[in-house]
Write a protein that binds this ligand. Sequence first.
Ligand code: ASP
Length: 411
Amino acid sequence: MADRSALTKKIFLAMVLGLLLGSFTHYLSLDDSNFIIQFGVNGIIDLGGQIFIVTLKLLVVPLVFVSLACGASNLSGGTSLGRIGFKTLGLYLFTTAAAITLALIVANLINPGLGMSLASDTIFVGKESPPLKQVFLEIFPSNPVKAMAEGNMLQVIVFAILVGVAISKSGEHGARLRDGLNDWNEVIMRLVLMLMSVAPLGVFCLMTTVFANMGFSGILDLAKYFSNVVLVLILHFVITYFLLLRILAGLSPLGFFRDFYPVMAYAFSTSSSSATLPITLETLEKKMGIKKEVASFTAPLGATINMDGTAIMQGVATVFIAQAYSVDIGLGGYMMVILTATMASIGTAGVPGVGLITLALVLQQVGLPVEGIALIIGVDRLLDMLRTAINVGGDATVAAIVAKSEGKLEY
Ligand code: ASP
Protein backbone atom coordinates (compact mmCIF):
# COMPACT_ATOMS: atom_id res chain seq x y z
CA MET A 1 0.00 0.00 0.00
CA ALA A 2 3.06 2.24 -0.24
CA ASP A 3 1.63 3.60 -3.48
CA ARG A 4 -1.54 4.66 -1.83
CA SER A 5 0.12 6.53 0.99
CA ALA A 6 2.45 8.27 -1.46
CA LEU A 7 -0.62 9.29 -3.46
CA THR A 8 -2.36 10.51 -0.33
CA LYS A 9 0.61 12.71 0.51
CA LYS A 10 0.67 14.10 -3.00
CA ILE A 11 -3.04 14.93 -2.86
CA PHE A 12 -2.59 16.70 0.43
CA LEU A 13 0.36 18.64 -0.93
CA ALA A 14 -1.62 19.52 -4.06
CA MET A 15 -4.44 20.87 -1.89
CA VAL A 16 -2.12 23.06 0.13
CA LEU A 17 -0.24 24.31 -2.95
CA GLY A 18 -3.51 25.07 -4.76
CA LEU A 19 -4.85 26.89 -1.72
CA LEU A 20 -1.69 28.99 -1.40
CA LEU A 21 -1.34 29.78 -5.08
CA GLY A 22 -5.05 30.55 -5.44
CA SER A 23 -5.15 32.79 -2.37
CA PHE A 24 -1.98 34.55 -3.48
CA THR A 25 -3.45 35.24 -6.92
CA HIS A 26 -6.64 36.53 -5.33
CA TYR A 27 -4.59 38.76 -3.07
CA LEU A 28 -2.95 40.35 -6.12
CA SER A 29 -6.47 41.52 -7.18
CA LEU A 30 -5.63 41.21 -10.85
CA ASP A 31 -8.10 42.29 -13.46
CA ASP A 32 -10.16 39.57 -15.18
CA SER A 33 -8.47 40.46 -18.45
CA ASN A 34 -5.02 40.03 -16.94
CA PHE A 35 -3.01 37.35 -18.71
CA ILE A 36 -2.44 35.28 -15.55
CA ILE A 37 -6.16 35.24 -14.77
CA GLN A 38 -7.51 34.87 -18.28
CA PHE A 39 -5.16 32.22 -19.59
CA GLY A 40 -3.72 30.85 -16.38
CA VAL A 41 -6.24 30.55 -13.56
CA ASN A 42 -9.49 30.76 -15.51
CA GLY A 43 -7.92 29.22 -18.60
CA ILE A 44 -5.65 26.24 -18.40
CA ILE A 45 -5.89 25.61 -14.65
CA ASP A 46 -9.67 25.78 -14.64
CA LEU A 47 -9.73 23.50 -17.69
CA GLY A 48 -7.61 20.93 -15.84
CA GLY A 49 -9.96 21.00 -12.85
CA GLN A 50 -13.09 20.75 -14.98
CA ILE A 51 -11.71 17.79 -16.94
CA PHE A 52 -10.91 16.05 -13.68
CA ILE A 53 -14.46 16.53 -12.34
CA VAL A 54 -16.11 15.56 -15.60
CA THR A 55 -14.07 12.37 -15.78
CA LEU A 56 -14.99 11.50 -12.21
CA LYS A 57 -18.65 12.04 -13.01
CA LEU A 58 -18.32 9.92 -16.11
CA LEU A 59 -17.65 6.93 -13.91
CA VAL A 60 -20.54 7.43 -11.52
CA VAL A 61 -23.45 5.89 -13.43
CA PRO A 62 -21.63 2.83 -14.84
CA LEU A 63 -19.95 2.20 -11.52
CA VAL A 64 -23.11 2.46 -9.45
CA PHE A 65 -25.11 0.29 -11.83
CA VAL A 66 -22.52 -2.43 -12.27
CA SER A 67 -21.35 -2.62 -8.70
CA LEU A 68 -24.85 -2.47 -7.21
CA ALA A 69 -26.32 -5.03 -9.63
CA CYS A 70 -23.35 -7.27 -8.79
CA GLY A 71 -23.73 -6.64 -5.08
CA ALA A 72 -27.48 -7.30 -5.08
CA SER A 73 -27.03 -10.48 -7.12
CA ASN A 74 -24.43 -11.75 -4.63
CA LEU A 75 -26.66 -11.31 -1.59
CA SER A 76 -28.17 -14.59 -0.57
CA GLY A 77 -31.77 -13.48 -0.68
CA GLY A 78 -34.27 -10.68 -0.54
CA THR A 79 -34.24 -10.63 3.26
CA SER A 80 -30.61 -9.64 3.63
CA LEU A 81 -31.03 -6.93 1.01
CA GLY A 82 -34.08 -5.64 2.88
CA ARG A 83 -32.21 -5.77 6.18
CA ILE A 84 -29.21 -3.89 4.80
CA GLY A 85 -31.53 -1.33 3.23
CA PHE A 86 -33.44 -0.86 6.45
CA LYS A 87 -30.30 -0.40 8.57
CA THR A 88 -28.68 1.93 6.05
CA LEU A 89 -31.70 4.16 5.70
CA GLY A 90 -32.28 4.19 9.45
CA LEU A 91 -28.68 5.20 10.16
CA TYR A 92 -28.64 7.85 7.45
CA LEU A 93 -31.78 9.43 8.83
CA PHE A 94 -30.51 9.18 12.39
CA THR A 95 -27.14 10.81 11.67
CA THR A 96 -28.78 13.62 9.70
CA ALA A 97 -31.33 14.31 12.43
CA ALA A 98 -28.50 14.25 15.02
CA ALA A 99 -26.50 16.67 12.88
CA ILE A 100 -29.29 19.20 12.57
CA THR A 101 -30.22 18.94 16.23
CA LEU A 102 -26.62 19.65 17.20
CA ALA A 103 -26.57 22.56 14.76
CA LEU A 104 -29.70 24.09 16.31
CA ILE A 105 -28.41 23.70 19.86
CA VAL A 106 -24.99 25.21 19.17
CA ALA A 107 -26.43 28.01 17.03
CA ASN A 108 -28.79 28.96 19.85
CA LEU A 109 -25.80 29.21 22.18
CA ILE A 110 -23.67 31.23 19.77
CA ASN A 111 -26.50 33.38 18.35
CA PRO A 112 -24.78 34.03 15.00
CA GLY A 113 -27.45 36.38 13.67
CA LEU A 114 -27.96 38.70 16.61
CA GLY A 115 -27.26 42.30 15.69
CA MET A 116 -26.97 41.51 11.98
CA SER A 117 -27.64 44.27 9.55
CA LEU A 118 -30.11 43.13 6.93
CA ALA A 119 -28.60 45.16 4.15
CA SER A 120 -27.92 42.86 1.25
CA ASP A 121 -27.82 43.61 -2.41
CA THR A 122 -28.04 40.03 -3.56
CA ILE A 123 -31.49 38.82 -4.45
CA PHE A 124 -32.28 35.17 -3.92
CA VAL A 125 -35.24 33.65 -5.66
CA GLY A 126 -36.53 30.49 -3.99
CA LYS A 127 -37.86 27.52 -5.86
CA GLU A 128 -41.25 25.89 -5.32
CA SER A 129 -40.74 22.46 -3.77
CA PRO A 130 -42.48 19.54 -5.49
CA PRO A 131 -45.29 17.72 -3.65
CA LEU A 132 -44.22 14.76 -1.51
CA LYS A 133 -46.16 12.24 -3.64
CA GLN A 134 -44.17 13.32 -6.67
CA VAL A 135 -40.92 13.00 -4.75
CA PHE A 136 -41.68 9.35 -3.94
CA LEU A 137 -42.90 8.59 -7.41
CA GLU A 138 -39.71 9.90 -8.91
CA ILE A 139 -37.63 7.31 -7.10
CA PHE A 140 -38.99 4.71 -9.54
CA PRO A 141 -37.69 4.77 -13.10
CA SER A 142 -40.00 4.40 -16.05
CA ASN A 143 -37.06 4.40 -18.39
CA PRO A 144 -33.69 3.18 -17.11
CA VAL A 145 -31.80 4.68 -20.02
CA LYS A 146 -33.28 8.09 -19.30
CA ALA A 147 -32.47 7.69 -15.61
CA MET A 148 -28.86 6.92 -16.49
CA ALA A 149 -28.62 9.66 -19.08
CA GLU A 150 -29.90 12.19 -16.57
CA GLY A 151 -27.73 10.79 -13.79
CA ASN A 152 -30.79 10.28 -11.60
CA MET A 153 -29.06 8.23 -8.93
CA LEU A 154 -32.08 7.06 -6.94
CA GLN A 155 -33.66 5.67 -10.10
CA VAL A 156 -30.40 4.03 -11.17
CA ILE A 157 -30.14 2.48 -7.70
CA VAL A 158 -33.67 1.05 -7.90
CA PHE A 159 -33.07 -0.33 -11.39
CA ALA A 160 -29.71 -1.88 -10.42
CA ILE A 161 -31.21 -3.59 -7.36
CA LEU A 162 -34.08 -5.03 -9.42
CA VAL A 163 -31.68 -6.35 -12.05
CA GLY A 164 -29.38 -7.74 -9.36
CA VAL A 165 -32.22 -9.58 -7.62
CA ALA A 166 -33.47 -10.96 -10.94
CA ILE A 167 -29.94 -12.16 -11.77
CA SER A 168 -29.74 -14.03 -8.48
CA LYS A 169 -33.00 -15.81 -9.32
CA SER A 170 -32.14 -16.70 -12.91
CA GLY A 171 -30.02 -19.81 -12.43
CA GLU A 172 -27.25 -20.39 -14.94
CA HIS A 173 -28.31 -17.48 -17.16
CA GLY A 174 -28.03 -15.18 -14.20
CA ALA A 175 -24.71 -16.72 -13.21
CA ARG A 176 -23.22 -15.91 -16.61
CA LEU A 177 -24.41 -12.36 -16.39
CA ARG A 178 -23.10 -12.03 -12.85
CA ASP A 179 -19.64 -13.14 -13.98
CA GLY A 180 -19.77 -10.58 -16.78
CA LEU A 181 -20.83 -7.83 -14.41
CA ASN A 182 -18.08 -8.80 -11.97
CA ASP A 183 -15.55 -8.44 -14.78
CA TRP A 184 -16.99 -5.05 -15.70
CA ASN A 185 -16.79 -4.02 -12.09
CA GLU A 186 -13.07 -4.79 -11.99
CA VAL A 187 -12.50 -2.86 -15.22
CA ILE A 188 -14.34 0.22 -13.98
CA MET A 189 -12.49 0.07 -10.67
CA ARG A 190 -9.27 0.03 -12.67
CA LEU A 191 -10.45 3.17 -14.43
CA VAL A 192 -11.04 4.81 -11.06
CA LEU A 193 -7.49 3.90 -10.04
CA MET A 194 -6.13 5.31 -13.28
CA LEU A 195 -7.92 8.54 -12.62
CA MET A 196 -6.69 8.61 -9.06
CA SER A 197 -3.12 8.60 -10.26
CA VAL A 198 -3.65 12.04 -11.81
CA ALA A 199 -5.81 13.23 -8.93
CA PRO A 200 -3.12 15.44 -7.34
CA LEU A 201 -3.05 17.50 -10.51
CA GLY A 202 -6.85 17.70 -10.65
CA VAL A 203 -7.09 18.67 -7.00
CA PHE A 204 -4.40 21.31 -7.44
CA CYS A 205 -6.28 22.86 -10.38
CA LEU A 206 -9.62 22.86 -8.54
CA MET A 207 -8.20 24.40 -5.39
CA THR A 208 -6.27 27.07 -7.26
CA THR A 209 -9.31 28.19 -9.27
CA VAL A 210 -11.65 28.28 -6.30
CA PHE A 211 -9.33 30.21 -4.03
CA ALA A 212 -8.19 32.59 -6.76
CA ASN A 213 -11.79 33.57 -7.43
CA MET A 214 -13.04 33.57 -3.87
CA GLY A 215 -12.49 36.45 -1.54
CA PHE A 216 -12.07 36.06 2.18
CA SER A 217 -13.60 39.41 3.03
CA GLY A 218 -17.08 37.87 3.05
CA ILE A 219 -15.91 35.46 5.70
CA LEU A 220 -14.85 38.32 7.98
CA ASP A 221 -18.27 39.94 7.66
CA LEU A 222 -19.97 36.69 8.49
CA ALA A 223 -17.32 35.38 10.87
CA LYS A 224 -19.84 34.32 13.52
CA TYR A 225 -22.04 32.39 11.12
CA PHE A 226 -19.06 30.88 9.35
CA SER A 227 -17.33 29.72 12.53
CA ASN A 228 -20.63 28.44 13.91
CA VAL A 229 -21.10 26.14 10.92
CA VAL A 230 -17.47 25.00 11.02
CA LEU A 231 -17.66 24.31 14.76
CA VAL A 232 -20.77 22.13 14.39
CA LEU A 233 -19.25 20.28 11.44
CA ILE A 234 -16.24 19.44 13.60
CA LEU A 235 -18.37 18.52 16.62
CA HIS A 236 -20.58 16.24 14.56
CA PHE A 237 -17.52 14.60 13.08
CA VAL A 238 -15.73 13.93 16.35
CA ILE A 239 -18.76 13.24 18.51
CA THR A 240 -21.34 11.51 16.33
CA TYR A 241 -19.10 9.65 13.88
CA PHE A 242 -16.38 8.77 16.33
CA LEU A 243 -18.89 7.44 18.88
CA LEU A 244 -20.89 5.50 16.31
CA LEU A 245 -17.78 3.92 14.82
CA ARG A 246 -16.45 2.99 18.24
CA ILE A 247 -19.72 1.73 19.74
CA LEU A 248 -21.53 0.18 16.78
CA ALA A 249 -18.58 -1.03 14.71
CA GLY A 250 -15.89 -1.44 17.38
CA LEU A 251 -13.43 0.46 15.20
CA SER A 252 -10.80 3.01 16.11
CA PRO A 253 -12.25 6.24 14.65
CA LEU A 254 -8.84 7.84 14.29
CA GLY A 255 -7.43 4.88 12.38
CA PHE A 256 -10.56 4.71 10.25
CA PHE A 257 -10.41 8.33 9.17
CA ARG A 258 -6.63 8.26 8.77
CA ASP A 259 -7.29 5.77 6.00
CA PHE A 260 -10.40 7.46 4.65
CA TYR A 261 -9.43 11.13 4.74
CA PRO A 262 -8.07 11.29 1.16
CA VAL A 263 -11.65 10.71 0.00
CA MET A 264 -12.77 13.61 2.16
CA ALA A 265 -10.05 15.69 0.53
CA TYR A 266 -11.54 14.89 -2.89
CA ALA A 267 -14.95 15.83 -1.59
CA PHE A 268 -13.52 19.08 -0.27
CA SER A 269 -11.89 20.00 -3.56
CA THR A 270 -14.79 18.96 -5.79
CA SER A 271 -17.66 20.11 -3.49
CA SER A 272 -19.59 17.18 -4.84
CA SER A 273 -20.42 13.91 -3.09
CA SER A 274 -21.56 12.55 -6.44
CA ALA A 275 -18.33 13.29 -8.26
CA THR A 276 -16.43 11.80 -5.32
CA LEU A 277 -18.48 8.60 -5.40
CA PRO A 278 -16.16 6.53 -7.62
CA ILE A 279 -13.31 7.21 -5.19
CA THR A 280 -15.52 6.63 -2.15
CA LEU A 281 -16.55 3.25 -3.50
CA GLU A 282 -13.07 2.20 -4.52
CA THR A 283 -11.68 3.16 -1.12
CA LEU A 284 -14.46 1.51 0.88
CA GLU A 285 -14.07 -1.74 -1.00
CA LYS A 286 -10.36 -1.97 -1.58
CA LYS A 287 -8.90 -0.11 1.36
CA MET A 288 -11.46 -0.21 4.16
CA GLY A 289 -12.38 -3.86 3.59
CA ILE A 290 -16.12 -3.35 3.15
CA LYS A 291 -17.59 -6.08 0.97
CA LYS A 292 -19.03 -5.03 -2.36
CA GLU A 293 -22.57 -6.11 -1.43
CA VAL A 294 -22.66 -3.50 1.30
CA ALA A 295 -20.38 -0.78 -0.11
CA SER A 296 -22.12 -0.71 -3.48
CA PHE A 297 -25.44 -0.10 -1.79
CA THR A 298 -24.54 2.21 1.07
CA ALA A 299 -22.12 4.54 -0.76
CA PRO A 300 -24.29 5.54 -3.76
CA LEU A 301 -27.33 5.86 -1.54
CA GLY A 302 -25.33 7.99 0.89
CA ALA A 303 -23.96 10.22 -1.85
CA THR A 304 -27.54 10.82 -2.93
CA ILE A 305 -29.50 11.13 0.28
CA ASN A 306 -27.16 11.43 3.26
CA MET A 307 -25.99 15.01 3.73
CA ASP A 308 -25.19 15.66 7.37
CA GLY A 309 -22.92 18.59 6.59
CA THR A 310 -25.60 20.17 4.44
CA ALA A 311 -28.19 19.71 7.19
CA ILE A 312 -25.81 21.39 9.65
CA MET A 313 -25.41 24.40 7.40
CA GLN A 314 -29.19 24.56 7.00
CA GLY A 315 -29.76 24.39 10.76
CA VAL A 316 -27.30 27.16 11.55
CA ALA A 317 -28.52 29.22 8.60
CA THR A 318 -32.12 28.97 9.81
CA VAL A 319 -31.21 30.23 13.27
CA PHE A 320 -29.03 32.92 11.73
CA ILE A 321 -31.76 34.15 9.40
CA ALA A 322 -34.43 34.00 12.12
CA GLN A 323 -32.23 36.11 14.38
CA ALA A 324 -31.24 38.51 11.61
CA TYR A 325 -34.91 39.16 10.88
CA SER A 326 -35.81 39.08 14.60
CA VAL A 327 -38.30 36.26 14.16
CA ASP A 328 -38.85 33.77 16.97
CA ILE A 329 -39.73 30.43 15.42
CA GLY A 330 -40.28 28.72 18.81
CA LEU A 331 -39.81 25.09 19.79
CA GLY A 332 -42.41 23.88 17.28
CA GLY A 333 -40.51 25.74 14.59
CA TYR A 334 -37.28 24.00 15.56
CA MET A 335 -38.98 20.61 15.42
CA MET A 336 -40.18 21.52 11.96
CA VAL A 337 -36.65 22.51 10.99
CA ILE A 338 -35.31 19.12 12.12
CA LEU A 339 -37.93 17.35 10.02
CA THR A 340 -37.67 19.46 6.91
CA ALA A 341 -33.89 19.79 6.94
CA THR A 342 -33.62 15.99 7.17
CA MET A 343 -35.98 15.71 4.19
CA ALA A 344 -34.21 18.54 2.37
CA SER A 345 -30.87 16.84 2.81
CA ILE A 346 -32.37 13.72 1.21
CA GLY A 347 -33.56 15.85 -1.68
CA THR A 348 -30.23 17.66 -2.05
CA ALA A 349 -28.30 16.36 -5.03
CA GLY A 350 -24.62 15.71 -4.35
CA VAL A 351 -23.39 18.58 -6.47
CA PRO A 352 -21.96 21.98 -5.54
CA GLY A 353 -24.20 24.56 -3.97
CA VAL A 354 -27.48 22.65 -3.96
CA GLY A 355 -27.74 22.74 -0.18
CA LEU A 356 -28.36 26.44 -0.40
CA ILE A 357 -31.26 25.90 -2.81
CA THR A 358 -32.96 23.29 -0.63
CA LEU A 359 -32.50 25.64 2.32
CA ALA A 360 -35.34 27.64 0.76
CA LEU A 361 -37.62 24.70 1.48
CA VAL A 362 -36.71 24.70 5.17
CA LEU A 363 -37.14 28.44 5.50
CA GLN A 364 -40.53 28.36 3.81
CA GLN A 365 -41.76 25.65 6.17
CA VAL A 366 -41.12 27.79 9.21
CA GLY A 367 -42.25 31.01 7.61
CA LEU A 368 -38.86 32.69 7.33
CA PRO A 369 -38.04 34.94 4.39
CA VAL A 370 -36.28 33.03 1.63
CA GLU A 371 -34.44 36.24 0.72
CA GLY A 372 -32.44 35.65 3.90
CA ILE A 373 -30.34 33.22 1.89
CA ALA A 374 -28.77 36.22 0.18
CA LEU A 375 -27.16 37.11 3.51
CA ILE A 376 -25.07 33.95 3.60
CA ILE A 377 -24.38 33.35 -0.09
CA GLY A 378 -21.03 35.11 0.16
CA VAL A 379 -19.42 32.44 2.31
CA ASP A 380 -21.20 29.43 0.95
CA ARG A 381 -18.54 28.34 -1.51
CA LEU A 382 -16.03 27.49 1.18
CA LEU A 383 -18.66 26.06 3.51
CA ASP A 384 -19.84 23.87 0.65
CA MET A 385 -16.37 22.36 0.41
CA LEU A 386 -16.24 21.69 4.13
CA ARG A 387 -19.75 20.27 4.42
CA THR A 388 -19.27 18.01 1.40
CA ALA A 389 -16.24 16.46 3.14
CA ILE A 390 -18.46 15.76 6.17
CA ASN A 391 -21.27 14.43 3.96
CA VAL A 392 -18.89 11.85 2.53
CA GLY A 393 -17.39 11.05 5.95
CA GLY A 394 -20.92 10.26 7.16
CA ASP A 395 -21.50 7.88 4.25
CA ALA A 396 -18.32 5.97 5.11
CA THR A 397 -19.24 5.78 8.80
CA VAL A 398 -22.64 4.27 8.06
CA ALA A 399 -21.19 1.91 5.44
CA ALA A 400 -18.69 0.57 7.99
CA ILE A 401 -21.35 0.10 10.68
CA VAL A 402 -23.74 -1.71 8.35
CA ALA A 403 -20.92 -3.86 6.98
CA LYS A 404 -19.79 -4.78 10.49
CA SER A 405 -23.29 -5.75 11.58
CA GLU A 406 -23.62 -7.99 8.51
CA GLY A 407 -20.21 -9.63 9.00
CA LYS A 408 -19.02 -8.00 5.79
CA LEU A 409 -16.18 -5.89 7.15
CA GLU A 410 -12.59 -7.03 6.92
CA TYR A 411 -10.81 -3.95 8.10
N1 ASP B 1 -22.12 20.00 -2.28
C1 ASP B 1 -22.85 19.13 -1.39
C2 ASP B 1 -22.57 17.69 -1.74
O1 ASP B 1 -22.27 17.38 -2.85
C3 ASP B 1 -24.31 19.40 -1.40
C4 ASP B 1 -24.57 20.77 -0.81
O2 ASP B 1 -24.62 20.87 0.42
O3 ASP B 1 -24.71 21.72 -1.56
O4 ASP B 1 -22.61 16.84 -0.89
